[in-house]
Design a protein around this ligand. Structure first.
Ligand SMILES: Cc1cc2nc3c(=O)[nH]c(=O)nc-3n(C[C@H](O)[C@H](O)[C@H](O)COP(=O)(O)OP(=O)(O)OC[C@H]3O[C@@H](n4cnc5c(N)ncnc54)[C@H](O)[C@@H]3O)c2cc1C
Length: 430
């Protein structure tokens, strides 16, 4: 049987080459080079549409670096190509984008098990094994078809930042739900008048990220960035995401002048989401301005807020833990469409999907990668029930916690635990 892989981007290229190298015949589709999405320009596959950086290369201190090492162990073509095309970038892994894509394109062209077809797929084929990896700019007809299978489809990200629970200054914060309605799932970050005014002034003058032309029309339609809301008037936020009403500060017994709520992002309570703080500020500016909130003065930002064009499904509802549709267990969703965010995350999700798909195709028992790995934790995150699901990137907050006080040592131990789990996974699947 031939497996159809739709989309020859980062996830699709990984999936196609993994399957083909294991003897599976692959039909690989992409609209390129006959047509392009608004961001893709190159005729080559696995195109990096924006930055040439694949982020940190630090295996034992940064989750993005750890994810890369996991992918190297798993034999990722993205990592192989990055090694080939790398350019000096300090602690980050940056590449020459043309050389990177050319390397992967050549591997695909030379693989006798891959047949490439340049075609826009408009409807998800559900009759055989299919991997859909058409990414954040999936064309409209196919988006509609995927939306029908998934039950819903989102067209843009409007994510608020997520901070690490252990980086919140609890001397300046308190746990409470508004009017005591809830189960203590919120941490509240109060501000007095002076603190609010300083924060407000910084927020409205902070630098915003530039948007691509094709994003401008649809990104803001559903969700207003906090800095745009703030610019409407000095007190607007105090009646919106910084509303203090119903939140008694135990230190004063009163409502503060303004209060930011943080909501638990995961069951373990290791990550907290800044409620209502979807933002389009540059990442450095988010750190500078949001750290002015006293309880966030030392906050570690696990995911920054983003507002951009994206296409993704509600994976927690639609997908099985192996990235296949609950309704169509032979149809898999890989890459950014599945709700991971970032080049390496998308490639990793493509590789993992292919591993799972191949086992299913060959009738082998299901083996899921451990959630102690960044890749496994991402997979678990996007396929676990979540009322406020938003795409997720690699970070230590999604991994099961380790009770080690020293942060550096904790990350190192988490990385060792992860790499051991990857090795175990590899021996199980082979
Ligand atoms: C403008 C923009 C900038 C980004 N910048 C960064 C960044 O700097 N750093 C970062 O880490 N992440 C970035 N991302 C996010 C994301 O990591 C990348 O988009 C990544 O390439 C996603 O991988 P993917 O394989 O899921 O999709 P893609 O790499 O986009 O691959 C999808 C492929 O599917 C094809 N396709 C689409 N529709 C169809 C169809 N109907 N039929 C057949 N083929 C189709 C496309 O031509 C494309 O080749 C950016 C995203 C966008 C949209």
């Amino acid at each position: 049987m031939k497996v159809k892989v739709i989309g020859a981007g980062l996830a699709g290229a990984e999936a196609a080459l993994y399957l083909a190298n294991r003897g599976v015949k692959v039909l690989l589709y992409d609209i390129k080079p006959n047509a392009f999405t608004p961001a893709h320009k190159s005729e080559k596959f696995a195109e990096l549409v924006c930055s040439n950086s694949l982020k940190s290369n630090d295996v034992f201190g940064n989750a993005a670096g750890l994810l890369k090492e996991e992918l190297r162990l798993l034999g990722s073509i993205t990592m192989e190509a990055a090694e080939y095309a790398k350019v000096p970038a300090g602690g980050a892994l940056a590449v020459n984008r043309e050389e990177f894509s050319a390397y992967i394109t050549d591997k695909i062209a030379a693989n006798p098990n891959i047949e490439f077809i340049s075609e826009e797929i408009k409807k998800v084929p559900t009759d055989g094994f299919t991997v859909i990896a058409t990414g954040p700019l999936t064309t409209a007809p196919l988006s509609e078809s995927i939306g029908k299978l998934a039950g819903s489809l989102y067209f843009y990200d409007a994510s608020a930042p997520i901070v690490a629970a252990d980086s919140i200054d609890m001397d300046s914060a308190f746990i409470a739900d508004r009017y005591n309605k809830g189960d203590g799932d919120h941490i509240n970050c109060p501000m007095n008048k002076d603190e609010y005014e300083a924060f407000y002034a910084a927020l409205i003058s902070a630098q915003r990220a530039t948007m691509h032309e094709f994003e401008k029309s649809d990104v803001f339609e559903g969700c207003m960035p906090v800095e745009v809301m703030a610019a409407r008037g000095k007190d607007t936020l105090r009646f919106g995401p910084l509303k203090p009403a119903g939140l008694d500060d135990p230190k004063t017994g009163r409502w503060a002048y303004a209060t930011l709520q943080l909501r638990k992002e995961d069951k373990a309570g290791t990550m907290y989401n800044m409620v209502g703080f979807q933002t389009n500020l540059k990442w450095g500016e988010q750190k500078r301005v949001f750290s002015m909130i006293p309880a966030l003065k030392n906050a570690e930002f696990l995911r920054y807020g983003v507002m951009h064009r994206n296409t993704f499904i509600n994976s927690p509802k639609a997908l099985n833990p192996d990235f296949s549709f609950k309704k169509y267990p032979n149809v898999f969703v890989a890459g950014q469409l599945s709700g991971v965010e970032g080049y390496v995350e998308s490639a990793g999700a493509g590789l993992l999907t292919a591993i799972y798909a191949e086992r299913k195709l060959k009738g082998e028992r299901e083996v899921l990668i451990s959630e102690n790995t960044v890749l496994g934790a991402l997979a678990r995150y996007i396929t676990t029930e979540n009322k406020n699901f938003q795409p997720m990137n690699a970070n230590f907050g999604i991994l099961p916690p380790l009770s080690v006080r020293d942060k550096k040592e904790r990350k190192r131990l988490m990385a060792e635990r992860s790499l051991a789990a990857v090795r175990e996974f590899i021996s199980e699947i082979n």
